[in-house]
Structures are given as C-alpha cells and as structure tokens.
Design a protein around this ligand. Structure first.
Ligand code: AMP
Length: 218
C-alpha cells in the first residue's frame, strides 16, 4: 500500500504522517525533512536545495524525482509506505506513477488535508522546532514549558528559515499554483480522500483512519 499525503504548508502533514506510519506500520518519507537533513550535513543535495527551501520555492522536479527514485530503490522491501510532501507538481505525480509502475506498484490513496489560509499562517508563524530531536511547538497552542527550550531534550528551539512571514506567503502561493493541481490529479483517478484539517489532531487522524481500509486488510 502506498499513501501520499497532500495539503498546504502547515496543514499538519508531518504530524498525521507520523501517526499513520506508527499506527499502520508504514515506511515514512518526508521530502522536506530529507532536504533539511541534507542541508544540515552539507551534502551536495543539501547545498543544491538550500536556496530554494529558504526562498519558499520548490526544488526542481528532476532533483526531487531522483530523490524519490533512490528512496524507492533503497526501500524496495517496504511494501507499505507513506509520502509526506511528495508529489508537489503534476510532473512529480506523473513521474511517481512511472517509477511505481516499473516496480509493479501504484499510489493507492491520496489523503488531502484542507485548511483555510488564515489558519495556516497562524500555525506556521508560531511554529518552533527543536533542531536536536525534531519536536515541534507552537507559541500559542503548545508552548514549551521553559520558553525557548525543548521539553524533551533541552536544546534551544529555532524557527525554520522558511517559517518567516514573507516566506510563508510565498510558499502558500507556490502551493496554490503548483501543488493544488496535484489534488485534482488524484481526484480524477478516484483515489482522493479529502479531510478537514482545521480540527484537533486526533479528530483529523480519526477521519483519515476511517476513510482508509481497515488496518488488518491493507
Ligand atoms: P516541507 O517540510 O514539506 O514544508 O518542505 C520544505 C521545503 O522543501 C519546501 O518549501 C520546498 O522548498 C522543499 N520541498 C520539499 N518537498 C518538495 C518537493 N516534493 N518538490 C520540491 N520541493 C520540495
């Protein structure tokens, strides 16, 4: 089973992806996370991607398709997988279908988290992350116990460079023009599951779980 998770930045893809991966024992790939790790390690991919990520632009399709092809080859044993942040363009969606078809596989479900723009801006502009353990916080809704410090490992919290307000606005524009068509791509294929993502994490998760086939049979 292959699931792709779609939605604007700040829709909660990372959170729902983690919950789904844990509950359904899915291998998880987040292209945004992969790029941030590559940038932190100063690999060739990281250096190439950094300027795009920092400006809120999409990394070129051929680069991202290469990343996913490599991941699928290295994880050929992973029968169940969930993708967070890929595909983000029609070209990527078509390439993913091609790579999967070569492996005798296909995208089975596309989960789309719908969230209004004002809510996305509120979520992203208050988001702080722990650079050491990856925990995320929100200044208004889930602040750390000690301001500026991670509850789990004590590291100093940081804001993602692309969570600055001017970059957030640009990421949302890029999403509308380049990624929204991907939602329609899966809708036309009849495999789109549309969920209201503006509700509490557990409610959204329960809705997604109810729309997917029961865990025993996937
Ligand atoms: P995310 O963590 O999913 O919000 O991704 C952060 C940034 O990584 C995006 O704003 C893009 O610059 C880049 N990125 C992640 N996934 C992709 C993708 N599939 N195609 C192009 N760029 C991507």
């Amino acid at each position: 089973m292959i699931i792709v998770l779609l939605g604007p930045p700040g829709a909660g893809k990372g959170t729902q992806c983690e919950l789904l991966a844990r509950e359904r024992r899915l291998a998880r790939v987040s292209t945004g996370e992969l790029l941030r790790e590559a940038a932190a390690r100063h690999t060739a991919l990281g250096e190439l991607a950094r300027p795009y990520v920092e400006r809120g632009e999409l990394v070129p399709d051929e680069v991202m398709i290469g990343v996913i092809r490599e991941w699928l080859t290295e994880n050929a044993h992973a029968e169940r997988a969930i993708f967070d942040g890929f595909p983000r363009t029609i070209t990527q969606a078509e390439a993913l279908d091609g790579v999967l078809a070569d492996l005798g596989r296909q995208v089975d479900h596309a989960v789309y988290l719908r969230v209004p723009t004002e809510e996305l801006i509120r979520r992203l502009s208050g988001r702080y992350v722990c650079p050491r353990c990856g925990a995320t916080y929100h200044l208004a809704t889930s602040p750390p116990r000690v301001p500026g410090r991670c509850d789990i490992c004590g590291a100093s919290l940081t804001q993602r460079p692309d969570d600055r307000i001017e970059v957030i606005r640009h990421r949302l524009e890029v999403y509308l023009t380049q990624t929204m068509p991907v939602v329609d791509y899966y809708r036309r294929k009849g495999i789109l599951i549309e969920v209201d993502g503006a509700r509490p994490i557990e409610t959204v998760f329960a809705d997604i779980q109810a729309a997917l086939p029961p865990v025993e049979s996937n």
